[in-house]
Design a protein around this ligand. Structure first.
Ligand code: GMT
Length: 381
């Protein structure tokens, strides 16, 4: 099959999933075309059967807000037409699914066609899509997609609740991991031993948006560090990083908190972690938590959104009410001071991630969805 993929190319879960899906599809013999404004952050420079088409927005002085969605629609139209794509798969509805619909309308004027698949990832449904400026176009774009997927049951249900979509049958296809990549025995932890010596390693990975509550991450760490010497490794960057830095200073733990910035290769980092913290007030899935579990790192976090579908509370981690940093810290201390329990939980986490979220099984679900979507195109003719 020939598949176009559009996603946000910057540091974040939806771009990571879209890129890894494209790479896996190409490895299975499909032709994959990424269409976005910049090379996706997890896409290596060259892979067989993988193309990257940059969207050029231009800089006309009249445009205070350059119309990316239109430039994207034009590029999608060109790429579908020139490479005879079968499917355009948009990750994150806004504005990608809308641009794809415009591109398809343009193709239909030329007696051509393409099938549209939209994967809902999170705040496209839970926050941004529900804002007054975007609500109706988000609903419209979902309804105009030929197939719609959501990354968790929570997100599917939230889509039905918030948008009451008529005729949109949302299929849940979860995010996935490559089991070999997240095998902690394969990696060398890159942080120097003199920094970690005698200390447990707590880790957080995100794009530091307000929804992640990174101040809570630092508070949980400070609570753990009072009882168990530890360091906190903060991976990623974003608007709340300064808040997290300030919190670390205020709590007197700044010397034990490392801010590494946006690191692409996270598997070697996770291989040296003892606990992963994800304290978000909304998380439709929590890809970074899944990558931690796959690396044998128990997760402590908030009982929010779809995270309980990923972290099995009490077996592969512990989840508490959003903001309950004391309970999170106490659970962390308990686990880190009971090596046998940590071992059991670490092994359970790695096994569960492989059983429920392995790349092969999930990519096969997407392939089956594409097949069905194509078959419905033939029926419609
Ligand atoms: O929806 C977002 O806020 C952005 C998106 C991203 O690009 O990181 O995150 C969402 O998609 C990820 C991949 O499916 C999920 O793992 C994250 O849980 C989800 N983020 C939120 O729901 C806050």
């Amino acid at each position: 099959m020939k598949i176009g993929i559009t996603c946000y190319p910057t540091y974040g879960g939806s771009g990571a999933v879209a890129t890894e899906l494209g790479i896996a599809l190409a490895a299975r013999g499909h032709e994959v075309h990424f269409i976005t404004y910049q090379q996706p952050f997890r896409l290596p420079s060259f892979l067989p059967r993988v193309w990257f088409h940059e969207v050029d927005v231009g800089r006309y002085p009249l445009f205070e807000y350059p119309p990316y969605d239109l430039a994207l629609a034009v590029r999608m139209h060109e790429v579908v037409r020139d490479h005879q794509l079968d499917i355009l798969h948009c990750h994150y509805a806004i504005p990608h699914a809308t641009s794809a619909w415009i591109a398809r309308e343009m193709l239909r004027e030329e007696h051509a066609d393409v099938r549209l698949v939209t994967t809902l990832h999170g705040t496209d449904i839970t926050i941004v899509g529900q804002e007054r400026s975007f609500y109706t176009i988000t609903r419209f774009s979902i309804e105009k997609s030929d197939s719609v997927t959501a990354v968790s049951n929570y997100l599917r249900d939230e889509t039905y609740r918030a948008f009451g979509c008529v005729g949109c049958d949302v299929e849940v296809i979860p995010n996935f991991i490559n089991p070999e990549l997240y095998d902690r025995t394969r990696h060398h932890f890159p942080i120097p031993a003199d920094i970690t010596k005698g200390r447990k390693v707590l880790m957080h990975i995100s794009n530091f948006r307000p929804v992640k509550r990174v101040r809570d991450v630092v508070r949980v760490f400070a609570g753990v560090n009072r009882e168990v010497p530890a360091i906190l490794v903060m991976v990623g960057d974003g608007p709340e990083r300064v808040e997290a830095e300030a919190e670390a200073r205020e709590l007197g733990v700044a010397e034990h908190v490392l801010f590494l910035g946006k690191i692409e290769a996270i598997a070697p980092l996770l291989a040296g972690a003892d606990l992963f913290l994800l304290t978000s007030d909304q998380e439709s899935f929590g890809l970074s938590a899944l990558e931690a579990l796959a690396s044998g790192v128990p997760v402590i976090g908030a009982h929010a959104g779809g995270l309980p579908e990923v972290v099995t509370d009490g077996e592969t981690g512990f989840l508490f009410a959003v903001g309950d940093v004391q309970a999170m810290a106490a659970a962390g201390v308990q686990l880190l001071t009971d090596p046998a329990k940590w071992q059991r939980m670490s092994a359970a986490a790695a096994a569960d991630a492989r059983t429920r979220f392995s790349e092969d099984a999930v990519v096969a679900q997407y392939e089956a969805l594409y097949e069905r979507t194509m078959a419905s195109a033939v029926r419609d003719q």
